[in-house]
Design a protein around this ligand. Structure first.
Ligand SMILES: NC(=O)c1ccc[n+]([C@@H]2O[C@H](COP(=O)([O-])OP(=O)(O)OC[C@H]3O[C@@H](n4cnc5c(N)ncnc54)[C@H](O)[C@@H]3O)[C@@H](O)[C@H]2O)c1
Length: 252
């Protein structure tokens, strides 16, 4: 459907077996992309690469802690050595924590911001310099419905705040870098059928489903398809945009 031949795609947090990152990597591979698969979980990143290579894609794993600016720069330098460029960045690495504000500690808030916001910043900054030199880039951030309506099911107020910060950053970034041929868009998934969803007791899952007009959680492939579109040539005039993927649970 889309042509990603000779495009190099970096996805962070793509080592999780049932996660959005691996599904997104597979969706890009199906469109001909080469993949740089980065994760704190290096074994998971290697597994993702094996899955991608079995589909005929070129894929290399990178161990990175996105909270470290030095590690992110080092990863980007290695990817440039290995692939020659980075055309697409998907800022997917993220963590959440279900906790009330009264039980939340400042360390909890810092930990959630470190990965979900500063991590996105570290990788984006390192890639932006390369994309600017190349005069081309596509960046897609994984935000969340929680950024817009508050969380409550799997995340706390700190998660909502960090994911909302990602949206504000992307809007400013997209204005700053449009002149260099770089776009930056965001996806805001609602409740997606990952391991975290499966961990919900049936009764609680049903209560959540009752809030979703489509009557079901989303599938990782549905999120992946939207990310691939935003990174494609077909989305060349879209920047600073946020796409909701939530079955009608929240609309704005
Ligand atoms: N699953 C959902 O319902 C849902 C909904 C909305 C948004 N999101 C967002 O989508 C993204 C992917 O979610 P998922 O459910 O697939 O998550 P997941 O837990 O399956 O995968 C996240 C990956 O990020 C990696 N990671 C964590 N900290 C890292 C760090 N410091 N450096 C590098 N990698 C790190 C983990 O090792 C893991 O492989 C996240 O940003 C999440 O907040 C998910």
């Amino acid at each position: 459907m889309f042509n990603f031949e000779n495009r190099v795609v970096l996805i962070t947090g793509a080592g999780s077996e049932k996660g959005i990152g691996r599904a997104t990597a597979l969706a890009f591979a199906e469109q001909g992309a080469d993949l740089a698969i980065a994760d704190l979980n290096y074994e998971g990143a290697c597994e993702t690469c094996e899955v991608l290579k079995a589909k005929g894609a070129k894929a290399l794993p990178y161990r990175v802690d996105v909270t470290s600016p030095e590690a992110c720069q080092d990863m980007v330098d290695h990817i440039i050595e290995d692939f020659g460029k980075i055309d697409v960045l998907v800022n997917n690495a993220g963590i959440s924590q279900k906790v009330t504000v009264e039980d939340m500690t400042l360390d909890d808030v810092k930990r959630i911001f470190n990965v979900n916001f500063y991590g996105m910043f570290n990788v984006t900054k390192a890639c932006a310099a390369e994309m600017k030199k190349a005069g081309y880039g596509r960046i897609v951030n994984l935000s969340s419905v929680s950024a817009k309506r508050g969380g409550g099911v799997f995340g706390g107020a700190h998660y909502s705040a960090a994911k909302a910060s990602d949206l504000g950053f992307a809007k400013n970034f997209s204005r700053e870098y449009a002149m260099y041929g770089i776009t930056n868009n965001s996806v805001c998934p609602g409740l997606i059928n990952t391991d975290i969803w499966k961990s919900l007791p049936d009764e609680q899952a049903q209560k959540v489903i009752d809030l979703i007009p489509m009557g079901r959680p989303g599938e990782i492939a549905e999120v992946a398809a939207t990310i691939v579109f935003l990174a494609s040539e077909e989305a060349s005039y879209i920047t600073g945009e946020e796409i909701d993927i939530n079955g009608g649970m929240h609309m704005d």
